[in-house]
Design a protein around this ligand. Structure first.
Ligand code: UDP
Length: 245
């Protein structure tokens, strides 16, 4: 898979199906995989937090473009990324595979009630799903007890819905301790799975308006979303400066 870098954060180019094939092959072989689904907010945060940027660059086996902004950023830099690949969609596909194979799954993140409902719904959607460990996301990373409990449960797959950068820091801490596991940060995906937050209709996703749908549903996200025009501007400026050299 080709890799390109946008403002210091690497991205792997591929469709959802291509990523899933790679993930499932590695899982079957017992090769650990750490996936980051990065959006413009993550890229902008990583720019000013070098330890987080280095964590993504050095520790993630795959970084997917989670957001139309990333595809746009690649275009501005004169490259192209095949598709937007979201954490929620990857999680659903990996859970389906896990249920079919009888693999052990750990779910860490979200509020306790949301997590409980997400687990119930996911188990109904994927009959046979074996959730060997679950914990809400409101714990301090300095407290190792959740990480220790995950390791003790020996999951084959771990989904961390703690929001960034917490979820990536949490998973990076587990990488060496669970060297054969598939692990991925999935942001607000448990809220979606629980039905607390709804995803945009398919047609809106196709025309790249999911961000607009989320803004309509949660107007308080406007502050966070303002990072998108900033991101586009900084990428454009980078390109322009490069062009002058
Ligand atoms: N969350 C958590 N622990 C925290 C902070 C947040 O488990 O310390 C959860 C929160 O409940 C939500 C998810 O992390 O389920 C983050 O959602 P957000 O909408 O910020 O993620 P996005 O999909 O935008 O990355």
């Amino acid at each position: 898979m080709a890799r390109l870098t946008i403002l210091g954060t690497p991205f792997d180019d591929g469709t959802e199906a291509q990523f899933l094939t790679r993930f499932q092959t590695r899982l079957a072989k017992g090769v650990g995989t750490f996936v980051v689904t990065a959006n413009p907010e993550i890229v902008m945060y990583a720019r000013t937090h070098p330890d987080y940027q280095a964590l993504i660059a050095k520790r993630a086996d795959f970084v997917t473009a989670d957001g139309i902004g990333i595809l746009l950023g690649a275009r501005i830099l004169g490259s192209r990324l095949a598709a937007r690949v979201t954490g929620y969609d990857l999680m659903q596909a990996m859970l389906q595979a896990a249920a079919a194979e009888g693999l052990r799954v750990a779910l860490v993140g979200a509020k306790a009630a949301v997590l409980g409902q997400a687990k119930a719904r996911l188990t109904a959607q994927h009959p046979g799903l074996n959730v060997c460990y679950q914990h809400d996301g409101y714990f301090d990373l300095a407290d190792a007890s959740v990480a220790d409990a995950v390791v003790a449960a020996q999951p084959d797959l771990i989904f961390a819905a703690l929001g960034f950068p917490k979820q990536e820091r949490f998973l990076a801490g587990l990488q060496k301790r669970l060297p054969r596991a598939f692990m991925m940060g999935v942001g607000g995906s448990f809220d979606v799975a629980a039905g607390v937050v709804s995803r945009a209709p398919r047609w809106m996703q196709r025309v790249h308006l999911e961000w607009f749908y989320r803004l309509l549903k949660e107007p308080s996200r406007i502050g966070r979303m303002m990072v998108l025009p900033q991101f586009v501007w900084v990428v454009w400026r980078t390109r322009h400066q490069k062009g002058q050299r």
